[in-house]
Unconditional design. Structure first.
Length: 566
């Protein structure tokens, strides 16, 4: 089975761990077990430094050893790696400190294990929460374990855990942030594929940026060189019941969004410091500059933008277009965006939009080449196919004129003349369609083409394949062509590799993926073959960043399921 997990990252949170982090988890869970063993051995060697609850120490450390071993076994089955594990670690550390001397226990550094693991796996916020909880547990364990706690030592150790834990949380947060950024750059680079087209690439980039920054919406406004209108694209939070939108805007309509200089990145972050006049709410830097400076913006323009967006903070970066201009806005309704966020957004734009321009150029070249090829095919069709049929009809008409009235061949000749006229009409219509490059259908061209292929299979091979679509497809021409080839190969596999006489193709175009299911009816035991992965389909799906699975459908039928991200 080919599998590829799509990760979604929220701001300062991790929704899923990348597959390569499994090695880190193995190391963390192994170290937990090692610490438990060493703690039990230490207690056996020196058991004289225990508090009022010292009699529970052997039992508590033995249970901690069993806990660490159980988690290591669960990890082998890909379980037990949630964030609650790190909170349980902090709780175990508090119990161990409580039963081994309280504030004087030499096991208090075990708190750093929980802080380190949570910070480097779950980020700064989670590490900070574990740090505060560890300090509270250290104080509580000391108070409950000793009648007269050693306050100077307890204060020193608590301050040490607090200071070093905070530093670890910050460093761990930076590590997680770098992983998230690399994952996002990898994803947007994979989506910059000519097969998907410009619209899909831009929409995918906007949605991924919105999710990454935890933003309420992303707004892209741009205009190609010489275009009369601006194009406005938005990616909104799905909880609002809206997806992406594309609209045409006039120069006056987009004027409030284009008030900044063409090379200027802008950060607006409303905070208490800015409202008290202690810090700037508006900051900006030029593309070539490395420092952020206070941005002197006209009061009317600044008020208009803040009222227009109604956001706690937002970022605006210019688009690096060779022919054209535009800006990208990321709006946050609750969280405050930072300078680091603005700098990274500018890096994303620098990475993606040159590729988008290249895709647009390739599309234009491909469209021009396809138009010229259609014109050539239409001319060849007229000269090499239609003209001989016209000559055939003229010859039949001349032959009919020579046949005497009442001859029994007259009826057959009239039918031949009529048939040749119908063929000429069909060929002319086909040539007109090829020349124009389009044909009117009551359904998308992709579905119409698949139904034609299914009819051909039924006509020539007696295999009845049903095409089922849950909703209309809105795909770029190139992606639709790839989907057509995948489904066509799947239908051909039913004919070549099975004895089934019926099948079904189910297509669904969701918000994030195109789902394809190619099924054939169950075969007899004598003719049934072992399931196999269709190589051509798998290669095409993987090239589009998709997945392929081969399994069983209802009634014992074989099903090939493909998902392609959009």
């Amino acid at each position: 089975m080919l599998q590829q997990k799509q990760l979604q990252w929220g701001k300062n949170t991790v929704a899923a761990l990348p597959p390569e982090d499994h090695a880190d988890l193995q190391m963390i869970f192994g170290m937990r077990l090692l610490l438990a063993v060493m703690a039990l051995l230490t207690l056996m060697i020196d058991s004289g430094h225990q508090g009022m609850a010292g009699q529970f120490a052997p039992v508590m450390l033995s249970l901690y050893l069993l806990y660490g071993a159980a988690l290591l076994v669960l990890l082998h089955f890909h379980r037990g790696n949630g964030k609650r594990v790190y909170w349980l670690d902090a709780g175990w550390c508090g119990l161990i400190v409580w039963c081994t001397g309280g504030g004087e226990s030499y096991f208090f550094p075990y708190f750093f294990f929980a802080i380190l693991a949570s910070s480097f796996q779950r980020g700064r916020d989670e590490g900070t929460r574990i740090t505060l909880a560890s300090c509270a547990l250290l104080v509580l364990a000391s108070v409950l374990s000793e009648q007269e706690p050693n306050l100077p030592l307890l204060l020193l150790r608590t301050a040490f855990v607090m200071a070093l834990g905070t530093m670890i949380a910050c460093w761990g947060g930076l590590s997680v942030q770098h992983k998230r950024r690399l994952a996002l750059l990898r994803e947007v680079s994979q989506q910059s594929n000519p097969r998907f087209g410009v619209d899909h690439t831009v929409a995918s980039m906007l949605e991924k940026a919105r999710v990454f920054f935890g933003a309420s919406s992303c707004i892209l406004v741009m205009r190609e060189g010489g275009a009369a209108h601006w194009q406005l694209r938005t990616a909104l939070d799905d909880s609002r019941g809206n997806g992406g939108r594309v609209s045409q805007m006039s120069e006056a309509a987009v004027a409030p969004l284009m008030v900044f200089e063409a090379s200027q990145s802008v950060l607006y972050a409303s905070s208490l410091r800015s409202r008290l006049g202690l810090g700037p709410a508006w900051q900006g830097k030029a593309r070539a500059s490395a420092t952020w400076q206070r941005l002197d913006l006209d009061a009317t323009q600044g008020t208009a933008l803040t009222e227009l967006f109604d956001a706690q903070s937002f970022i605006s970066v210019p688009l690096p277009l060779h022919k054209g201009q535009g800006r990208l806005y990321v709006l946050a309704a609750t969280d405050r965006l930072s300078k680091a966020d603005a700098t990274f957004l500018a890096q994303i734009v620098e990475q993606v939009f040159p590729q988008i321009e290249n895709i647009a150029i390739l599309d234009k070249l491909a469209s021009g080449a396809a138009y010229r090829e259609r014109q050539k095919i239409a001319r060849d069709l007229h000269d090499s196919t239609i003209q001989p049929y016209i000559g055939l009809r003229h010859g039949l008409s001349a032959l009919r004129a020579k046949v005497a009235a009442g001859n029994p061949l007259l009826g057959d000749l009239d039918k031949l003349i009529e048939m040749s006229g119908q063929v000429i009409g069909d060929l002319r219509q086909m040539a007109q369609t090829v020349r124009g490059g389009q044909e009117r259908h009551d359904e998308p061209e992709l579905l119409a083409a698949l139904r034609r292929q299914a009819q051909q299979l039924k006509k020539f091979f007696g295999i009845d394949i049903e095409i089922v679509s849950e909703r209309a497809f809105v795909l770029s021409d190139r992606l639709a062509a790839e989907v057509f080839q995948i489904v066509n190969e799947g239908m051909s596999n039913i004919r070549r590799h099975t004895t089934a006489r019926e099948g079904c193709v189910r297509l669904a175009c969701g918000t994030h993926a195109v789902s394809i299911s190619i099924e054939n009816t169950a075969e007899s035991e004598a003719s049934r073959r072992a399931p196999f992965m269709p190589a051509s389909i798998a290669e095409r799906a993987l090239a589009l960043g998709g997945t392929v699975q081969v399994g069983q459908a209802a009634g014992g039928a074989t099903a090939v399921r493909i998902e392609i991200p959009v």
